[in-house]
Design a protein around this ligand. Structure first.
Ligand code: SDX
Length: 435
């Protein structure tokens, strides 16, 4: 990892210059190790938003933003999406390589036999209003899981970490489906061990005790692909939160709950819900004919309107997941006879106009994974308010893989950034009569 090269920081204020080692990864930008800067110069670096900061070393997911490339453990997302299912992808992210048939069967078996939640978890839901946002419910319930698993909270024990990973991957679909059922007043559906991961989720979401539910294979495959595309994505905001929470030694359930809370924001995982609301808004005002007016609002510096589902901190080219998601849109809408779905037609018209408009081209703003995922999920019958819960369900394996990688690192330290302080310097408190 180290290179013979170094970076030298020199100062015009008389501070002695400092040399830093440069490290090279297997692919991607080199890094300058500035850990000794403060000790050598009394100065910090300043990088709010982490535009130029690598917070860790990782072997899990690689993104090339300029090429629009995404690799999970070295395998291109385009090949995984076509050749694998979600549980295979979970195995890959957690273990570092693809499972062989025996490993796949064993992993599936372990997950299937952890899909039920403790029966007392059902009482947590009673405390929420029926119209509570499902992400609020999910944050609460996942954080509460740690109350049920005192047998596996020693994060220094690899077996405890592994069983926690299995429990989280296995129970997220059950909890997400329970949040949906609770909001609709329908009874919870128990998981079934004779169904695949995604078929099981579809049945827990849309089945009822009144009749058998036969999942549609095309729709199940589409959901499985959505989960694959959202499984991990390097050091995004929610993953960085999970790593920071984990660096204090917090248990994995609490760390994942922190990740869910971060994902909820519209700038991050909440964008798919916001994107569909944006499309519905344009549709209500007249549809394709109103795109020009909407885009003008987006470009107006005085408006806070953003083109949701567009832009990305890393991708300065087309998000490869957006391409795959658009293909899935065609498949699902075709299967359901919704080829003329107005949202999809509007999204494609909006994409075409944006990709020809200099405002977006000059800022390298392209569709990201959230631009089409809402349309697919809506077609699958998933309500808009549940979109980010589906994202959280998919991303749990990525969060836990990144958390495990961090905890397993012998050099791991608690994350504790510093600041540029521009507030009041020391001053005396005046008695209230003199203020
Ligand atoms: C996800 O990080 C990940 O990997 C996240 C994710 C994952 O899998 O974990 O990929 C999932 O979160 C995808 C992103 C979903 N969010 C959205 O779709 C919300 C809309 N997008 C933006 O809010 C924005 O693009 C961000 C937050 C995604 C990225 O913001 P940056 O990198 O901080 O870029 P920026 O805000 O500084 O934008 C640069 C310029 C600005 O204009 P100027 O000040 O230069 O004139 O581009 C403009 C921005 O105003 N801009 C947009 C825009 N996104 C950026 N203008 C209109 N619409 C947009 N969507």
């Amino acid at each position: 990892m180290t290179t013979p090269h170094k970076a030298t920081m020199s100062f015009s204020d008389g501070t002695p210059s400092v040399d830093f080692p440069i490290y090279k990864g297997t692919v991607g930008p080199d890094v300058v190790d500035i850990r000794k800067l403060y000790g050598a110069s009394g100065k910090f670096t300043f990088d709010p938003g982490f535009l130029s900061t690598a917070a860790c070393e990782s072997k899990i997911t690689y993104i090339d933003g300029d090429k629009g490339e995404l690799l999970y453990r070295g395998y291109p997302i385009e090949q995984i999406a076509v050749n694998c299912d979600y549980l295979e992808t979970c195995y890959l992210l957690l273990n570092g390589d693809m499972p062989n048939p025996a490993q796949k069967k064993d992993f599936e078996n372990r997950v299937i036999h952890h899909t039920m939640v403790h029966e007392q978890m059902t009482r947590f839901f009673q405390g929420f209003r029926r119209d509570a946002h499902p992400m609020a419910v999910l944050v609460g319930c996942v954080g509460a899981l740690s109350a049920f698993y005192h047998d596996s909270l020693d994060i220094q024990n690899p077996e405890h970490r592994f069983v926690s990973a299995i429990r989280l991957v296995a129970k997220m679909p059950t909890l997400v489906a329970m949040a949906y059922k609770y909001s609709s007043g329908q009874p919870f559906m128990y998981p079934r061990n004779d169904l695949s991961y995604s078929a099981n989720f579809m049945r827990m979401m849309f089945g009822t005790p009144c009749e058998d539910y036969k999942p549609n294979d095309v729709l199940v495959r589409a959901l499985d692909r959505i989960l694959i595309l959202h499984a991990d994505h390097e050091q995004n905001a929610s993953t960085s939160t999970v790593r920071l929470a984990g660096s204090s030694g917090a248990n994995p359930f609490a760390c994942i709950a922190a990740g869910i809370a971060t994902l909820w924001g519209p700038a991050h995982g909440g964008a798919n819900e916001a994107c569909l609301q944006m499309l519905d808004g344009i549709q209500a005002q007249g549809g394709v004919a109103k795109i020009g007016e909407f885009v003008a609002q987006v470009k107006d510096k005085n408006s806070t309107v953003k083109l949701m589902g567009f832009g990305h901190r890393v991708y300065k080219n087309y998000d490869p997941r957006a391409k795959l998601m658009r293909e899935t849109c065609y498949e699902v809408l075709g299967e359901l006879g919704l080829e003329n779905d107005p949202s999809f037609a509007l999204a494609m018209a909006l994409e075409k106009i944006a990709l020809e408009d200099d405002y977006f081209v000059s800022r390298k703003l392209y569709p990201n994974v959230d631009f089409y995922s809402g349309i697919v999920q809506k077609a699958l019958g998933i309500p808009t308010s549940m979109f980010t819960c589906i994202f959280a369900m998919a991303r749990t394996v990525g969060w836990i893989a990144q958390w495990n990688e961090m905890i397993s690192d012998p050099d791991q330290k608690i994350g504790r950034p510093r600041q540029l302080f521009t507030g009041a310097t020391a001053r005396d408190v005046k008695p209230i009569g003199n203020r």
